[in-house]
Design a protein around this ligand. Structure first.
Ligand SMILES: *Cc1c(COP(=O)(O)O)cnc(C)c1O
Length: 456
């Protein structure tokens, strides 16, 4: 056996193989040698356990696989062909060219992140994006934090710690990734006071709770982002909640979840509440995500009355949740698209939502022709895209899909996921389907190459 073990190639011998040398520029010497060592350790164990000693080629192949599979950076770009525009698992909103350029601009060097250029001394990062957000939403003040879960936590902590918060039972939501209103409420130190029932909550339910419960500091309105109750239902609309609160001097906070700055109804979808109409309705504080329908980087945006927002800026939690310079730069550039009224042309999620079905059909046909030239049969069929990202549950947009009938569609989908870059498709009625709506035009050549490689 020792003789067999001695037959195994040395680290240097493997390192000198061409296939390994080709990987050196990317992985570097240290990591490559570590991969070879670990591969040889495993091989030695297998031989000791009675296995056949592998050939040099086999050892090289395993070391290459080890590097590729176990030591690559794990986060990487993928092509989203699912037709879900704001796909939380796929990184939510792709950013506009201007947003990416703005982020690159502050990333490559220094910036005035916390520097007052006029005065030549320390400034505040909270000034960035604030005026743009106020201009867009009509709010008095704004604050950007790490994400919307953080925004809700900060707002509840500042406005209602140690006090009661009214919320309809129909709005005690859980969204993906472990965000549950009752748990965030508990973290904030506020006391949850449920009103009404799961399917119906009325004005009188809030009024009774306000009369009976001591110390109510806030009424919370949470957008039921990812589900819809149908049938015998009732909720009190935000303007009426504001009225109810005003009668007892209790402010109303709206967690819009996705939130929107454009009217989704203009694109054949249901109306998603916008930040500006929630402010106009009299909400004291409104929070929403930066990377859902806004189409920007991950952020939590708080807009509302200065008396509350100023307290939030000074709270220690705000320091823990603060947005970084890349986020602020990307957000500012994204907001500028709305102010210049070019959101549907420049912001990828809005361009996708606004894409006319004729354009999607043309793209799907072009894909079909390209595959036909490679001898792969596909058809263009009618389908539906969804907006996703905790907005517009049950709402869809008509689209055209490239559909492939394959002996084993699940296996094809898995092979596409393993491709570099990975392609994420859908299976529908036993067919592999790809939706051009969420594939960026510049990704098309890569996508078609992946399809030919995997399916050809
Ligand atoms: C998505 C969502 C959140 C959390 O937002 P993140 O930006 O993911 O932290 C909070 N509330 C509602 C209603 C949501 O839809």
């Amino acid at each position: 056996m020792t003789a067999t073990l001695r037959q195994l190639p040395s680290v240097d011998r493997v390192l000198n193989e061409l296939a390994i040398q080709a990987l050196l520029p990317f992985y570097g010497h240290r990591l490559t040698v570590a991969a070879i060592r670990r591969t040889l350790d495993r091989v030695r164990e297998e031989v000791r356990a009675g296995g056949e000693p592998p050939s040099l080629e086999a050892v090289v192949a395993r070391a290459v696989a080890y590097l590729r599979d176990e030591l690559v950076p794990t986060l990487r770009p993928v092509i989203n062909a699912t037709g879900v525009v704001v796909h939380t698992n796929l990184g939510r909103a792709p950013l506009s060219a201007a947003a990416r350029a703005a982020m690159d601009g502050v990333a490559r060097g220094y910036s005035n992140l916390e520097y007052d250029l006029a005065a030549g001394r320390r400034g505040h990062r909270t000034v960035h994006a604030e005026r743009l957000l106020c201009e867009l939403t009509g709010a008095e003040a704004a604050l950007v934090v790490n994400n919307n879960a953080g925004a809700v936590l900060l707002a509840l902590t500042v406005m209602a710690r140690g006090k009661g918060v009214l919320i309809s039972r129909g709005q005690l939501i859980e969204i993906g990734g472990g965000f549950r209103i009752p748990e965030v409420m508990a973290q904030s130190g506020a006391r949850l006071v449920e009103v009404g029932t799961t399917n119906r909550t009325h004005r009188r339910d809030y009024e009774r709770a306000l009369a009976e419960e001591p110390d109510i500091a806030l009424i919370l309105y949470a957008h039921t982002s990812n589900f819809r109750i149908v049938g015998f239902t009732a909720e009190v609309p935000l303007p009426e909640l504001v009225e109810i609160g005003q009668a007892c001097g209790v402010p109303v906070m709206a967690d819009l979840g996705s939130g929107a700055l454009l009217d989704t109804a203009a694109f054949g979808l249901a109306h998603e509440p916008t930040a500006q109409e929630s402010i106009a309705a009299g909400a004291a504080v409104v929070c929403f995500s930066g990377d859902k329908l806004l189409g920007g980087p991950q952020a939590g945006i708080i807009v509302g009355r200065a008396q509350y927002v100023e307290l939030m800026k000074r709270h220690p939690l705000a320091r823990a949740l603060r947005a970084d310079k890349l986020c602020l730069a990307g957000l500012q550039a994204t907001l500028m698209h709305y102010l210049r009224e070019e959101a549907t042309e420049q912001i990828p999620v809005w361009r996708m939502i606004a894409a006319p079905v004729e354009e999607l059909e043309r793209r799907a046909r072009r894909w079909r022709r390209a595959l036909a030239r490679a001898g792969i049969r596909a058809e263009v069929v009618e389908g539906r895209s969804t907006v996703g990202g905790g907005s517009l549950p049950g709402e869809t947009l008509p689209t055209r899909l490239l559909a492939l009938r394959l002996p084993d569609p699940d296996r094809a989908a898995a092979a596409l996921r393993r491709h570099d870059p990975p392609v994420i498709a859908r299976i529908e009625e036993d067919r592999l389907v790809l939706d051009p709506r969420t594939v960026l035009p510049e990704e098309e050549p890569v996508l078609l190459r992946a399809l030919v490689e995997v399916l050809g």
